[in-house]
Design a protein around this ligand. Structure first.
Ligand code: ACM
Length: 642
């Protein structure tokens, strides 16, 4: 008997410990409210999904849930459309309700030992409730084939959740590098995990025009193709005439319809961007008569060679004229034709017309621009662009859409109803909101996913660094601004250096998770340490799903100086709590038996390199980073030149 008592004691202790381990909830973005309860729901071979609504979208959500549960568990988890719920145990119930607190995208998720219920006013809310429920299950639920010996437990919990902002976007630049329909669909599948509801497609730029426009065939016959170059975009050797222009691609109108439909089924709107009057080389090459500049017919679609001189700041000096000519009526006819079709293809209420980084140096030389200025009383080149934007707004509105642009459209006078997407920090957005315009915040300071996530010695090189903790500090609603004008925010993935979907994933995650939490969750719920713990659980899910992400948050931050003896001193820190840093200065590979970092490292006089790596306990977390002494030298010189 005594033995039995001891055995029972051990079994229950083990079991409790096991349950404890199962009970951490790591939902991203963090819900509005969440109360843990006792016990676990267990999905098993007799589990069913019941949906008590004839609403086609609600039934589709149930179908999505089935597709997310079935492959890894091997269970059928059939969907049943019921008029009233059965008593089937271990089932998942989806129903529509009318609960004012939830709005159009909120949900209530209740997990008990017997049942899971998801309630929402609209199918979108059911979809987001489903995303949260999936994050309660073991990470193996993400595997595409059956994961054996898993207890498919979800901790009992009661969640009420709804978004802080209605505009929760990611921008994907499909112009610098083209990403086909399948890639876009995969990207949509990834973004909805974190309750993003908008995909902004940057469809045109100097490197490619990516959308079929009927009646303007050269846009895609000529404008969608350049020469494949590998290296550091922006400084490629100019293509020679014999290099094949077969790199790129475009979406047919049927592709666009398919993408829009795919997105809509997942409660994602697609915002199309046609970037004019700058960033328009692909259009100019296709139809040179759209340019103010003689000789534009000799231009070629850019393949990443230098075409701008940024040394004088913004706007850049163009080396070739990549702009549409505001003084040319043909430009407005062209844009009318393009926008008629864009408006028909994309049901979303906004069209983004770019407006950023438009060089003015060729306009300054143009007689046509000079006479336009005289005729219209325009005094500056910014006013010339503003004239263009105001006419463009009228065209966009004539198609039944709202006009949106990057914050440069403020310069020279904002068009009357324009919505501003603030990217050069938040200031443009603040200014526009104070003028009574609607705004979407997507500042470089917090939300540029093309920037490096960690030290430039390991990251694929690009202009700037934006670490995860900085992205997490994104606060879309500045103080003193009327909240009603801040529609929300988005993060932007420019693709100059992004060639593949795998790399797009690396650049997007986990910073996209940080952005999603700023857009969805209450401000007061955000907590960096808690977030990084939850992110680790998301990494396990991504490992199971084979989605790429960046481990940069585990890599140390380096601060280099020289001491009084002219020896390099390196101060190391980490973004994430709980990491130990180990290092070597003797060219060997560090592990957790190497010297542990406590105080700034003084590099021995003749040392050739510093090598560092981070661990959490016995597990290597960061990547091995090697910094040659020459790099330390150039970093101290850079600091001295600051
Ligand atoms: C931008 O990043 N040029 C909008």
């Amino acid at each position: 008997m005594k033995r039995l008592t001891i055995a029972v004691f051990f079994i229950t202790t083990f079991f409790n410990g096991y349950c404890q381990a199962q009970r951490s909830v790591s939902i991203v973005p963090i819900p509005v409210s969440m109360e843990m309860a006792k016990g676990n729901f267990t999905l098993n071979s007799s589990s069913v999904i019941e949906v008590s609504s004839a609403n086609a979208d609600a039934k589709r959500v149930a179908g999505f849930l089935n597709k997310r549960l079935s492959p890894a568990t091997g269970y059928a988890v059939p969907v049943r459309n019921v008029s009233s719920f059965s008593n089937a145990p271990n089932s998942i119930r989806l129903s529509l309700s009318n609960d004012k607190t939830l709005g159009d995208e909120g949900y209530k998720l209740n997990v008990s030992a017997k049942l899971v219920t998801i309630i929402a006013n609209k199918p979108a809310g059911l979809f987001y409730g489903m995303q949260s429920f999936l994050q309660l299950l073991p990470s193996e639920i993400e595997t595409k084939t059956v994961a054996k010996n898993i207890s498919w437990n979800a901790p009992a919990v009661s969640i009420t959740d709804y978004p802080r902002f209605g505009w929760r976007g990611l921008m994907f630049d499909v112009a610098r590098h083209f990403f086909g329909k399948k890639d876009i669909e995969e990207y949509i599948d990834q973004m909805v995990r974190y309750k993003f509801n908008l995909l902004h497609m940057h469809l045109t730029d100097d490197e490619g025009w990516r959308i079929e426009i009927k009646g303007l065939p050269k846009l895609t016959e000529v404008g969608a193709w350049n020469v494949k170059k590998i290296g550091y975009f922006g400084s490629f050797t100019p293509p020679t005439p014999d290099e094949p222009r077969n790199f790129g691609g475009f979406y047919t109108q049927q592709d666009i319809k398919d993408i829009v439909q795919y997105a809509k089924e997942r409660f994602v709107d697609i915002l199309p961007e046609i970037d004019v009057p700058g960033h328009s080389l692909a259009a100019v090459v296709s139809y040179p008569e759209l340019s103010c500049t003689p000789g534009a017919d000799k231009y070629k679609v850019r393949s990443g060679e230098e075409i701008m001189d940024w040394s004088h700041g913004a706007p850049p000096i163009a080396l070739i004229d990549n702009t549409l000519c505001p003084a040319n009526e043909k430009v407005y006819e062209f844009l009318d034709k393009v926008l008629t079709q864009v408006a028909q293809l994309f049901p979303f209420e906004y069209i983004h017309m770019g407006g950023d980084e438009c060089p003015k140096n060729f306009w300054e030389k143009s007689d046509a621009i000079k006479s336009l200025m005289q005729k219209e009383g325009l005094k500056t080149m910014e006013e010339v662009q503003s004239y263009f934007e105001k006419r463009l707004e009228k065209i966009v509105e004539s198609k039944g859409k709202k006009f949106m642009g990057w914050d440069e459209i403020l310069e020279g006078g904002l068009a009357p109803n324009a919505v501003v997407m603030s990217w050069r920090g938040m200031d443009g957005g603040i200014k526009a909101a104070k003028m009574g315009h609607d705004v979407v915040m997507s500042p470089t300071t917090f939300a540029y996913l093309d920037y490096m996530q960690g030290d430039p010695i390991v990251e694929p090189r690009i202009y700037e660094t934006l670490r995860l903790n900085k992205a997490y500090q994104f606060e879309p609603l500045p103080e003193g601004v009327d909240a009603k004008h801040i529609k929300g925010g988005q993060a932007n993935l420019w693709s100059e250096q992004v060639y593949t979907l795998r790399h797009a994933e690396y650049m997007t995650w986990p910073r996209g998770m940080a952005i999603s939490e700023s857009l969805w969750s209450p401000k007061e719920k955000k907590n960096w340490n808690d977030f990084t713990n939850r992110i680790e659980k998301q990494f396990e899910r991504f490992d199971a799903a084979e989605i790429k992400y960046s481990p940069s948050m585990y890599d140390p931050i380096f601060a280099v100086s020289k001491n009084a003896d002219s020896l390099y001193q390196v101060k190391l820190s980490t973004e994430v709590n709980g990491l130990d840093i180990y290092y070597t200065v003797d060219n060997t590979f560090p592990d957790r038996f190497s010297p542990k970092y406590t105080d700034p490292i003084t590099m021995p006089k003749d040392a050739a390199m510093l090598r560092v790596v981070t661990y959490k306990g016995k597990e290597q977390k960061g990547r091995l980073i090697t910094i040659p002494i020459s790099e330390l030298k150039s970093r101290t010189e850079m600091r001295n030149n600051d």
